[in-house]
Design a protein around this ligand. Sequence first.
Ligand code: ADP
Ligand code: MG
Length: 293
Amino acid sequence: MAGAAAAIATATATAAATAEVVIEVKNLHTRFGSHVVHNDISFEVRRAEIFALIGGSGSGKSTLLRELILLQKPSSGTVRVLGADLQALGADEAVALRRRWGVMFQHGGLFGALDVLHNVGLPLREHTALDDGLIDQLAGWKLAMTGLAPEVGALYPAALSGGMMKRASLARALALDPELLFLDEPTAGLDPVSAGGVDALVLQLRALFGLTIVMITHDLDLLWQVADRVAVLADGRLQAVGSMPELAALDPPAVRPYFEGARGRAVRAARPADPADPDHPAKPDREPTSKPK
Ligand code: ADP
Ligand code: MG
């Protein structure tokens, strides 16, 4: 799997180098009062690219993500997403654009009062006129895509493990078949087994659907094995943008902490099995990262 995933990653990265620009950020500045969070940030993300954003706590990663998804306005600069200038959008255009991306928030963002199936179906209820039966069916498909068993659909978020929560919120992010997926810390707080499943899942989504993926992460496995390019945010600026091997060779001070001990892989010891949790299956054939048939 690791070899196949690496081959897919390389092939797709090569294709991405000539692909259409999906996100273009130019001379972006963000200030909160006198606090400068972003000081002249520019970068591009291309179609089917897996682009990671790293930086210390408070460096402005989540703020930048929010500015890419119309949740916050930068102080100045331009942001174009899927061809649209976010500052020049009318209300209807904004609604149409939001339907073309999915977002998995850092803390899942699932509604506690709704079971998982209804959480996943929520974007379909909001944005389409499909009937309830079809919405449940589609939501079930999205659950399956993220490796969750059908019975998880009936659970409430409070009953989910960390890994299941991340998968359910990913299933919801995929509800409207987005072209572009934003992930804020998709593996934070997960044990290494669950986190490893997310690595494989992200690669599969790109391989199967040609998704463009922007993720904030500190996870070295995601950075080394999944991200095509990584942007390093520190002191208000992008200190470097490149593949992990390129960044390792550059060795700027802001990047150094990410490479110390990078070779020391987490030991992926299995936890006690939870039959409903795909990250800790009772049987190996429940493993969600197997190749699609
Ligand atoms: P990161 O995700 O990299 O940890 P954030 O983007 O959440 O960082 O925050 C960057 C900085 O901006 C922090 O110092 C934070 O306190 C500040 N900040 C974020 N949002 C706001 C806001 N709405 N008002 C004031 N300050 C904010
Ligand atoms: Mg953050």
